[in-house]
Write a protein that binds this ligand. Structure first.
Ligand SMILES: [Zn+2]
Length: 133
């Protein structure tokens, strides 16, 4: 059980309620501490990210959808209280997030399962079920 910080919670507030549910359930069941990193991202920031090659699409779920909600969150596992980008840690953490999603009956996609440019911290609600309109 992990207590989300005030900063984590404020970052959650822009998310679709189903994604909030997954992250709160994840905090309840996790054995690996994590923090909520990026949620909402401006169009200008995404343009910079694409130009810098750290993102590859303007169709990012971090950008507010027409309904005003954000459908993606970056969750960063912590090792000794510090953010990690170590894939073995993400591979242990991802099943916990997926279990949390099953517990609350919400479908999620993990950036680590993408074929093209894998994104370990990235979690989003699927376009097919959540158009954002
Ligand atoms: Zn992301």
């Amino acid at each position: 059980m992990l207590t989300l910080t005030a900063r984590d919670l404020s970052r959650l507030s822009c998310l679709h309620p189903d994604l909030q549910k997954v992250i709160k359930e994840c905090a309840r069941i996790t054995t690996i501490p994590f923090s909520v990193n990026e949620t909402a991202r401006s169009v200008a920031q995404q343009q910079k990210n694409v130009a810098a090659g750290v993102s590859w699409t303007m169709k990012s779920r971090h950008i507010k959808a027409p309904d005003g909600r954000v459908y993606a969150a970056d969750l960063i596992p912590l090792v000794d209280g510090k953010a990690t980008w170590s894939w073995p840690v993400y591979h242990r953490f991802a099943p916990i997030v997926k279990q949390a999603a099953r517990n609350v009956g919400v479908a999620v996609e993990w950036g680590g399962d993408w074929k093209k440019s894998k994104d370990g911290p990235h979690w989003q609600l699927p376009w097919a079920k959540y158009s954002g309109k």
